[in-house]
Ligand binder design. Structure first.
Ligand SMILES: C[S@@+](CC[C@H](N)C(=O)[O-])C[C@H]1O[C@@H](n2cnc3c(N)ncnc32)[C@H](O)[C@@H]1O
Length: 189
């Protein structure tokens, strides 16, 4: 999808045929999760954000094959998208599944979920909107838990089973290797 500007917030009415609740996946990868979830929820609009072109092309191909009018992909850096392009209070959900863990200590500053993230997410979410997280990295999960616990404007909740049941590409791979994965969800108050 071509953006009219990458310095002004998106005009959602230009991207989608219908004004429906918006959900965003940051770092959507090959987008199996997003395509399946968008197929199951024609009453919602979805944007997949991904920095790798080849992966975004897969989203595009899968979405077209499934005839989805409610799915768009944008090739851009996730935190830039969240900070500058996603209109304030516009998203009913942010899905962040298996973000790069940056396991080396000196690289941890590259992690998407850091102490600034809850405020950014809160600004992007509509009232009652939810951040859904999954990771296989226990250290990163602890960091996620700590930064969200420090935010009084987001409250921990259970991930609904119908959502947890739709696995992502990386999750399928972890499951097949017997690697344990973790998940959490936080609702904007
Ligand atoms: C480990 S993969 C997980 C993909 C997918 N969520 C899944 O669970 O199958 C992380 C994905 O995030 C993308 N990514 C990493 N950092 C990013 C960033 N800062 N902005 C946008 N995409 C990013 C990577 O290219 C990769 O496709």
């Amino acid at each position: 999808m071509e953006l009219r500007s990458i310095v002004e917030p998106l005009v959602l009415a230009e991207l989608f045929l219908k004004p429906l609740p918006l959900e965003v996946e940051l770092g959507c990868g090959d987008a199996s999760f997003l395509v399946e979830f968008a197929r199951q929820h024609p009453g919602r609009n979805f944007i997949g954000v991904e920095r790798l072109l080849g992966r975004l092309q897969k989203l595009d191909r899968k979405g077209r094959r499934a005839g989805l009018a409610n799915l768009r992909g944008i090739r851009i850096e996730s935190s830039y998208f969240l900070r500058y392009l996603l209109p304030p209070n516009s998203a009913s959900a942010l899905h962040i599944y298996f973000p790069d863990p940056w396991p080396k200590k000196k690289h941890r500053r590259h992690r998407l979920i850091n102490e600034s993230f809850p405020a950014l997410a809160r600004a992007a979410l509509a009232p009652g909107g939810v951040v859904y997280l999954r990771t296989d990295d226990t250290d990163y999960f602890q960091q996620m838990t700590e930064v969200f616990a420090a935010s009084s404007e987001l409250q921990k909740m259970e991930t609904p089973q119908e959502l947890a049941g739709i696995v992502t590409d990386f999750e399928r791979d972890f499951n097949s290797k017997g690697i344990h994965t973790l998940r959490a969800a936080y609702r904007s108050l």
